[in-house]
Design a protein around this ligand. Structure first.
Ligand code: ATR
Length: 284
């Protein structure tokens, strides 16, 4: 780790995705680097789907030491690397790549651990022995399912617009726990303790068609999407009387801290970054 506290050229890191222009990751990793005295730079790389493999390999050949990977490349990244951590292998999706001196490209997925740390440590939300509903069965849901199941919830239901994708994802994790996959329309109208929106509907300003009966007065609702304003899901959850409603800022920061740990061997304190980002939020 040549950049640790050094004054030479910074070690280079970044984020590959499409689009990436509005990403908070350079801000977050910049704060982490200053707080831990790590000499590193973090840049954004907007890469189209068809160019992902070639351009990512070029970045590593050009000296980049680690990359975060976001939409739409997380599954392609799992195919690109030469080694997967157990979590990434389980998810078949990668959000962090580390390039080691022996030329190994290691793929990790820190999304799920980031979500679990945010829920449990930052927000005081229990997962163990709770009834959990995940909306969505794409890459985002895939990334968080394993770490959520490790906490041993009492029930885990995946509901998706396309029922077959929910059933497939549930089957992939059936060796860990009983997981039920169904369509939005087949959701029972009984309250869940924790409802996590892992669809990309919020990004399009849309709300999945969910029976309001899944929200009770004790329900906690978490949108993995984040932004300054309320999302359609957080607005809907508040209107239905959920006990607590959150956007995904904390998951964003905690997954970044886990990536930083893999790259630099230090897990930065996330509290100052969480505080800085909460000042950006309109509290929706
Ligand atoms: P990601 O990596 O963000 O999960 P993805 O693999 O394209 O991206 O998956 C997007 C998820 O959001 C899917 O669960 C998708 O439902 P389908 O599997 O039926 O496509 C869901 N989704 C996207 N737009 C939605 C909308 N407007 N309403 C409900 N679900 C939506």
């Amino acid at each position: 780790m040549s950049g640790a506290g050094g004054t030479g050229a910074p070690d280079q890191y970044g984020l590959v995705g499409h689009p990436v222009a509005h990403s908070w990751s350079p801000f977050i990793h910049g704060m982490f680097a200053r707080a831990t005295a790590q000499n590193l730079s973090y840049r954004l790389f907007d890469v189209a789907e068809r160019d992902f493999r070639r351009e990512t390999l070029e970045l590593f050949a050009g000296g980049i030491r680690g990359l975060n990977v976001t939409l739409p490349h997380k599954q392609a990244a799992a195919e690109l690397v030469n080694e997967l951590t157990p979590r990434a292998a389980r998810a078949q999706a990668v959000n962090t790549i580390a390039f080691f001196d022996d030329s190994t490209l290691l793929g990790e997925n820190t999304d799920g651990i980031g979500l679990v740390v945010d829920l449990e440590r930052n927000l005081g939300v229990e997962i163990a022995d709770r009834r959990v509903l995940i909306l969505g069965a794409g890459g985002a849901a895939r990334g968080v399912l394993g770490p959520l199941l490790e906490r041993e919830p009492r029930a885990m239901v995946i509901a998706n617009r396309t029922a077959a994708r929910a059933a497939e994802l549930a089957a992939e994790f059936a060796d860990l726990a009983q997981v039920i996959g169904l369509s939005f329309g087949d959701l029972p109208a009984t309250p869940f303790d924790l409802v996590i929106n892992a669809t990309s509907a919020s990004l399009k300003g849309e709300m999945p068609p969910i029976d309001p009966g899944v929200i009770g007065e004790h329900s906690v609702c978490y949108d993995m999407a984040y932004g300054r304003s309320p999302t359609p899901f957080t607005r809907w959850a508040r209107e239905r009387g959920a006990a607590r409603v959150f956007k995904g800022w904390g998951m964003l920061v905690e997954q970044a801290a886990e990536s930083f740990l893999l790259w630099r061997g230090i897990r930065p304190d996330t509290r100052p970054v969480l505080d800085a980002l909460s000042r950006e939020d309109s509290n929706g």
